[in-house]
Write a protein that binds this ligand. Structure first.
Ligand code: FMN
Length: 317
């Protein structure tokens, strides 16, 4: 009996020592991550990508690794063979890109329900995203999630594809994204993640003000606690040229639409930042009575008269 007890005790001791060791290792790893400036993100981000010839896949893997994100490949039901991608001839990929109704089927079931932030990767085909990305957006509900696009290409930029995606699903939050070459450096990948994921819509993160730079001077927008303000924050950072109107406001039509809950405020106060309709961002620099309806995004204290003409305004978290 005594022997059995000793054995048991030794076993417990061994397990607890090994356990301790692991904890220490974990702690050490966490420390190392901090020391190496590795980006530690919440686990609610995923890299979702389509890659026909493997280039986008390389970047997708790097983004997933550096951002600690999960990774899911968008697999076409009908694989793209070499001849399907022979864009100098009448190949399948070309035909799909020329067909507004083409929605190539996706083979795998994709569960995005647990993710708030989605890095969405694809190659550029004829200046835009492959049609399978539209199949993805049709099939799954991306409402309220932040989509951060990335692409690889021979040379084309990502901008055109992002505009196309925003026009296709105007209610989605789609950030500006970035084009990579297949040989993008780790530094390039890290700064892309830093620019985007630090400002991810982590549900626990409460942001109640936004920095804005107008005519090189910094102001603070104190945000309203509403969905419009939250969605606006998810678009940042952004720089706009805002147009003058009526000697009391500067405005810009956003590429994205934002949620609205408009009402007539009766009076506009200088410094109010409002949404008119679902995509017109307005900064008022004079107070006056109004009969129009707006959704309030926030307010800038002590905003001076912004004067005549267009102005450049930068919004940052
Ligand atoms: C059908 C087709 C059309 C393409 N169109 C463009 C284009 O318009 N601009 C560009 O820079 N590259 C274009 N490319 C090149 C791809 O964007 C590039 O090779 C990309 O890195 C491939 O990514 P993947 O290996 O992940 O599929 C095209 C490739 C194919 C197959």
């Amino acid at each position: 009996m005594k022997k059995v007890l000793i054995c048991l005790l030794s076993l417990v001791l061994v397990i607890s020592i090994t356990g301790c060791g692991n904890n220490k290792k974990d702690n050490k790893e966490a420390e190392n991550k901090k020391e190496n400036n590795e980006i530690v993100t919440s686990n609610n981000s995923v890299v979702l990508y389509f890659s026909a010839t493997g280039t986008t896949k390389i970047i997708a893997n790097k983004i997933a690794k550096e951002s600690n994100s999960d990774i899911i490949e968008i697999i076409p039901k009908e694989e793209y063979k070499k001849e399907d991608l022979d864009y100098n001839n009448d190949c399948r990929a070309n035909r799909e890109q020329n067909d507004d109704n083409a929605r190539p089927e996706i083979k795998n079931d994709i569960d995005i329900s647990k993710y708030d932030t989605i890095f969405l990767g694809y190659p550029i085909w004829w200046g835009t995203n492959p049609k399978i990305i539209l199949t993805l957006l049709d099939k799954y509900d991306f409402t309220g999630k932040t989509i951060i696009p990335f692409c690889t290409s021979g040379s084309s930029d990502i901008k055109n594809s992002v505009n196309d995606l925003r026009n296709y699903k105007s209610d989605l939050i789609i950030k500006d994204g970035k084009r990579f070459s297949g040989s993008a450096s780790d530094e390039e990948i890290k700064s892309f993640i830093n620019e985007n994921i630090n400002i991810s819509n982590d549900s626990k993160e409460v942001i109640n003000s936004v920095k804005t730079i107008i005519n090189k001077k910094e102001y603070k927008i104190v945000l309203e606690d509403n969905e419009t303000a939250k969605s606006f924050v998810n678009l940042l950072p952004k720089e706009f040229t805002m147009s003058e109107l009526n000697g009391n406001e500067k405005y810009i039509y956003l590429d994205n639409t934002l949620p609205t809950n408009a009402s007539n405020p009766k009076r506009i106060n200088a410094g109010d930042v409002m949404l008119y309709g679902n995509n017109c961002l307005v900064i008022f620099y004079k107070s006056f009575d109004t009969s129009y309806s707006y959704t309030k995004i926030g307010h800038i204290d002590n905003l001076p008269n912004l004067g005549n003409g267009n102005i450049t305004v930068r919004f940052e978290r």
